[in-house]
Design a protein. Structure first.
Length: 82
């Protein structure tokens, strides 16, 4: 079963809230949506890579991750509040 990404969820929510979008704006909106999906995919890829590498290194007794956890990584990478 495929899960819905946060970007797809946002699109669905916006579609339910927006009554009218002029036809001449759909190409622009579609382009922005595709850019957001690509960015989200890269974010997931990066997070998974960091987690995988930290997992591999955790077998080394002397290794200390540079991140306290996923929230710390997210805050450092994307900003915002913990």
């Amino acid at each position: 079963m495929n899960k819905q990404s946060s970007i797809e969820w946002l699109i669905k929510q916006l579609n339910q809230k927006i009554d009218f979008i002029p036809m001449n704006k759909w190409d622009e909106i579609t382009e922005v949506i595709e850019q957001a999906k690509a960015m989200h995919k890269e974010e997931i890829k990066t997070v998974m890579s960091v987690a995988f590498l930290d997992g591999l290194r955790s077998g080394d007794e002397s290794y200390k991750s540079q991140h306290e956890g996923w929230e710390d990584y997210y805050f450092k990478a994307f900003g915002g509040n913990k």
